[in-house]
Write a protein that binds this ligand. Structure first.
Ligand code: GDP
Length: 203
């Protein structure tokens, strides 16, 4: 697993505090409680890389993780965990701050190769998700949706949810948007998601 060597570098309250904008990075976004921390842990094979929590609404930051070097001369590679909101009651001023910060990050970050957008398969396309897709569409960034907690649905229901998500994405932007079923609990789709992340980082 090439993501296994991920290591915490820093937590930032604004983009100016992020590591130098060189090499390649992939950002992870999702509403709070969607299952983003669990997905990061599953993808890196590290049980406690990202903090998982049953109590949403904890302090929000952008967290940067370093990956071991890839091809020579390709430069550093990172994963960025973006703050999520939407489930917990986050004050409007803080939402506005992050909306602005995320928008600026997606627009300005040259090393950013794509966004992994995590949604609870039972509650997809909430306001936060639509905002992320709009931002990605506006900047032409690739976005891959993980419909997580698929273990909570039957195989048939999960397949329906995926079809419906693909239709929505197709309507927004036929190329550059994709989706898959995922579960951190039973590891459904973990290999596929890892391939998407590595494909972006090594492109
Ligand atoms: P985050 O706020 O998006 O980082 O979400 P967490 O990863 O902390 O997960 C929120 C809650 O959903 C926790 O109680 C997790 O145990 C649970 N959870 C996360 N992923 C899955 C999954 O794939 N399946 C199931 N059944 N529960 C999950």
């Amino acid at each position: 697993n090439p993501l296994q060597g991920a290591q915490f570098i820093l937590a930032a309250h604004q983009i100016s505090q992020l590591p130098e904008d060189s090499g390649a990075e992939v950002a992870f976004a999702g509403r709070s409680n969607a299952g983003k921390s669990s997905a990061l842990n599953a993808l890196t094979g590290q049980k406690a890389l990202a903090r998982t929590s049953k109590t949403p609404g904890r302090t929000q930051q952008m967290v940067a993780f370093d990956l071991p070097a890839g091809r020579a001369a390709a430069g550093p590679r990172r994963l960025i965990d973006l703050p999520g909101y939407g489930y917990a009651k986050v004050p409007e001023a803080l939402r506005a701050h992050w909306r602005q910060e995320i928008d600026a990050y997606l627009n300005q970050r040259r090393s950013l190769r794509g966004v992994i957008l995590i949604m609870d398969i039972r509650h997809p396309l909430k306001d936060f998700d639509r905002m992320m897709l709009d931002f990605c569409e506006a900047t032409g960034l690739a976005c891959h949706v993980l419909l997580t907690k698929a273990d909570k649905l039957s195989r048939n229901q999960a397949g329906q949810a995926l079809l419906s998500m693909r239709k929505s994405l197709q309507a927004l932007r036929p190329e550059g948007f994709s989706a898959q079923v995922f579960s951190s609990s039973d590891m459904t789709g973990v290999d596929t998601a890892r391939e998407v992340v590595m494909g972006w980082l090594d492109a």
